[in-house]
Write a protein that binds this ligand. Structure first.
Ligand code: ITT
Length: 326
């Protein structure tokens, strides 16, 4: 008999002549027929697995459980590389099984996954399997996923943990707020957690709105009201006095470690009128360097190559693996 049990999942497995996967009390309709194919694909002809599910929150936990039994009984080394869009089972350089989410997966995203590195990382425990991004801002979450998923690290966001509290940003600096978000959530979940605190700093306003960027125009906060207030504050300022920068501070926290902090700026100017449809926040007002274009006129890819967050992420990618192994 094999058993896996944590707070949210409870699975029991046994070797059998014919494979089956069932909920223990038969009241749950969910079907796991495709996973019977997984067992068949990875095992010798006469090998079967009978799995009873008492509780299950994550399908990937069930797949991991199946792999752990097959690995132990048949002396194999299958590994699961998965996120909400795909599940891939590999062993050394071979892919044995692939399952895609209903809406499909963009092919560049799928083929970007570095399977060899993922397998090595998992086998040696060099990198974490999961990283939680402590943000409610989907734009930020997208940028972070692009960095970590190719390494086979499953990215979670706050929407995967609806029970977690909202962390009040009571700090007076970007670093204090980034630490507050990352360390509070790491302490509550036990996971490595990455948080970003960012904002726009205008020279002639002495660096304001800075840490108050999200709430510049008071409640209820909207990007439009924030942008209107910024234009109003600068109404009498000529072009040469409209210098500004975006700033990002990233904090990577884990309950057993000193938090890792990196930061970066993106220089530009505040435009006289909003332009462009892309991005979020102050992007329609932020003239990038000397290009004459606002950040909202860049494609998402263009912005993600040069923004404050992209530069901070670059610094993070140079240091965080060593931090994790310390
Ligand atoms: P989380 O705290 O949940 O991550 P948030 O949007 O509240 O999300 P911040 O507290 O860091 O994030 O506030 C940052 C604000 O600064 C954000 O609301 C925008 O108005 C602005 N901002 C930061 N990065 C930006 C960017 O790349 N483009 C435009 N505006 C940006």
């Amino acid at each position: 008999m094999f058993e896996y049990r944590d707070k949210a999942n409870w699975l029991i497995g046994a070797i059998a002549t014919k494979s089956s996967i069932n909920w223990f009390d038969e009241s749950n309709e969910a079907s796991f027929n495709s996973l019977l194919g997984l067992v068949e694909q990875l095992s010798p002809e006469d090998f079967g697995l009978k799995i009873e599910i008492i509780n299950l929150k994550s399908r990937n936990i069930l797949i991991e459980f199946i792999l752990s039994i097959i690995n132990e009984v048949n002396q194999r080394n299958f590994t699961l590389i998965a996120n909400e869009k795909y599940s891939i089972v590999t062993e050394e350089s071979q892919i044995f099984w692939l399952e895609l989410a209903k809406g499909g997966v963009n092919h560049t995203e799928l083929f970007k996954v570095d399977l060899t590195q993922s397998v090595q990382n998992k086998a040696s425990g060099v990198l974490p399997n999961q990283l939680l991004i402590a943000t409610n801002n989907p734009g930020k979450a997208r940028e972070f996923k692009a960095l970590f998923e190719p390494k086979g690290i499953e990215i979670k966001t706050l929407s995967d943990f609806p029970e977690l509290p909202i962390v009040e940003e009571t700090g007076m600096t970007f670093e204090e707020n980034a630490r507050l978000k990352a360390e509070t959530i790491a302490e509550l979940t036990g996971l490595p957690v990455l948080a970003d605190d960012s904002g726009i700093m205008v020279d002639v306003l002495g660096g304001m709105p800075g840490v108050f960027s999200a709430r510049f125009s008071g409640e209820p906060t909207t990007d439009q009201r924030n942008n209107a207030k910024l234009l109003h504050e600068l109404a009498t300022q000529p072009a040469e006095r409209r210098g500004a920068k975006f700033h990002s501070t990233l904090a990577l926290a884990h309950p057993d470690k000193e938090t890792l902090i990196v930061e970066a700026d993106w220089l530009g100017q505040i435009a006289a009128i909003p332009k462009g449809e892309n991005g979020f926040g102050y992007d329609p007002l932020f003239l990038v360097g000397n290009t004459g274009k606002t950040a909202a006129e860049l494609t998402e890819d263009e912005k993600n190559r040069i923004s404050h967050r992209a530069k901070a992420l670059e610094k993070l990618s140079a240091t965080w693996e060593a931090w994790w192994q310390e």
